[in-house]
Design a binder for this molecule. Structure first.
Ligand code: ZN
Length: 535
């Protein structure tokens, strides 16, 4: 019998394989699991060049997947000041004043992760920040990444002096006199300014991507379902990053299909499928059917408290359906961002109208849905892709911007993870980094706690929607694989599966969720390569 490249021994191996749920050792050759069993049984696979990882006390699970992440967009997006710590306007103004004071001549102040709640009852308006910037242009992304606040100087540089019309849902918000407030809503509006914001050189972006993926692997991640491929040089960035190194986390990439792309645009996306490197692959298409609740752009069955939320992101939602059907006919999987209840319904209706489905389709976010939509996920084979960390932006007492927009009835339908699981849906969990932290342990914990990990003072939001420890782990393993159509090669520890493994210092199915969030990751292995090892 041929010896193995790698043996993992001495651990509690939770395979998530119903045929053999527990083991203490496994063998890997050429990136694939070749044996699972007890240490004694696998002894003969040890040869002179076999790497042995003896992980006494650790629990090994299938490698964790982040079901919704933006490492490519995030390399550019999560730059400058992390504004998540600014709880109110005074804090934001102080941070911006300091950044403007120290900005190089001709430089910009850039920031991200700005919470709508920072503005309290004030509108999101550059009048709140212009006076502390001293004329330095500022570009600040709101945490939802669907809107930005830019300063008066930035508007001037980009030549924006009034409202604009867009082929897709987007808005340059203007005051009563038609002057832009600096609030840019949705991608097309934000993209008016992006080209003017200084971008780091290619080599720096490559190394930042690798650093980022290393950081992700250190939290146990081996795969990411990447929901963008937007910057014009994103494929070059990937190829360049892979030139000198293996990607620590495998990336399954979903470029966007946007309103106005037309049949030619859809066909270009079909042609892009299968473009791949060693550690990445274009594997589907991402749509948006709406925006965000906080931005007033989620598509709702009934308007929100400001009278907003009545429109889809696609000016003609039937065009979205046409595009999805064209992709399905070509066998291309889709993932649609749908946050409001009307958006979710429209996606499910669109998949239902396919009749026979030739590809897998999934819905991202699903922030508020009524009972009637729940069983349709399982019935139509549509996977639910949800981000437990987003719940942390709302409060149990409904005092936050998201809940106030929706009102108590719809806010009570917040992130119905458990109801969807109980209704038989495939439920893949993710972070939506950089909208939320990428730490996979925090995702597992938040799914069980319905509050941020290690913050017991925070009241849980709809605690009856908590997942069990096993359901949470499945959301990052077996269910993640199924959502991506990879269940034959990933998500379990079994012979023939990809050697994607995560070794926790504790048992994530037995330990309290807050402890899982803080647990060291002893080892992460992606495709048989050690991509993280505890120091
Ligand atoms: Zn996203």
């Amino acid at each position: 019998m041929a010896t193995a490249d790698t043996l993992v021994t001495g651990a509690l191996v939770r395979t998530l394989d119903p045929a053999r749920p527990l083991a203490s050792a496994l063998a890997v050759t050429d990136g694939v699991i070749t044996a699972v069993g007890e240490e004694q049984e696998l002894k003969e696979l040890r040869g002179p060049s076999t790497a042995v990882h003896h992980l006494a006390g650790a629990t090994v699970t299938p490698g964790l997947t982040d079901g919704h992440t933006h490492p490519l967009m995030g390399v550019d997006l999560a730059t400058g000041l992390d504004l998540s710590g600014c709880r109110d306007l005074a804090a934001l103004r102080a941070v911006l004043a300091e950044a403007a004071r120290t900005a190089p001549r001709g430089g910009w102040v850039t920031g991200w992760n700005l919470d709508h709640n920072t503005f309290g009852d004030h509108p999101i308006d550059r009048s709140a920040i212009d006076d502390v910037l001293g004329g330095v242009p500022a570009f600040l992304r709101l945490y939802d990444a669907h809107s930005a606040l830019v300063s008066g100087a930035a508007l001037a540089i980009a030549g924006i002096d009034g409202p604009r019309r867009f082929a897709q849902r987007a808005e340059v918000v203007c005051d009563a006199d038609g002057r832009p407030t600096g609030h840019l809503v949705e991608h097309a509006a934000i993209d008016l300014v992006v080209p003017y914001v200084p971008a780091p050189p290619a080599a720096e972006r490559r190394s930042r991507l690798l650093d980022l993926l290393r950081g992700m692997a250190a939290t146990g991640l081996t795969t990411g379902h990447v929901m963008d491929l937007q910057s014009p040089d994103a494929l070059e960035l990937l190829a360049g990053a892979e030139d000198g190194a293996d990607l620590p986390v495998r990336l399954l990439i979903h470029p966007w299909c946007m309103p106005g792309d037309g049949d030619e645009g859809v066909d270009r996306l079909v042609a892009l499928q299968g473009r791949a490197g060693r550690g990445w692959r274009v594997a589907g298409v991402k749509f948006f059917i709406d925006g965000t609740v906080e931005g007033g752009t989620a598509w709702l069955e009934h308007p929100d408290c400001h009278g907003q939320g009545t429109e889809a992101f696609w000016p003609d939602p039937a065009e979205y359906a046409r595009a999805l059907h064209r992709l399905d006919a070509a066998g291309v999987a889709t993932a649609t961002h749908a946050i409001g209840d009307a958006g979710v319904r429209h996606v499910l209706d669109t998949v239902e109208a396919l009749g026979v489905r030739r590809a897998r389709h999934r819905i991202e976010h699903i922030e508020t849905v009524p009972d009637a939509q729940l069983p349709r996920f399982a019935a139509l084979g549509v996977a639910a892709s949800m981000q437990p960390g987003h719940c942390a932006y709302t409060r149990a007492d409904h005092g936050d911007a998201w809940s106030r927009r929706l009102g108590p009835e719809r806010a009570d339908r917040a992130w119905r993870c458990r109801d969807l699981r109980d209704a038989g849906a495939t439920l893949v969990l993710g972070s939506d980094w950089p909208i939320s932290g990428y730490d996979a342990r925090a995702v597992l914990a938040a799914a069980r706690l319905r509050r941020p990990a290690r913050a017991p003072e925070v009241a849980p939001v709809r605690p009856e929607q908590a997942l069990t420890a096993l359901m949470a782990l499945e959301g990052c393993t077996t269910h993640a694989a199924r959502a991506a159509g990879e269940e034959a090669v990933a998500g379990r520890i079994a012979v023939g599966m990809r050697a994607d493994l995560t070794a926790f210092a504790l048992d994530p199915l037995a330990a309290p969720a807050d402890e899982v969030a803080a647990a060291p990751i002893r080892l992460t292995m992606t495709g048989g390569r050690v991509v993280h090892r505890e120091e």
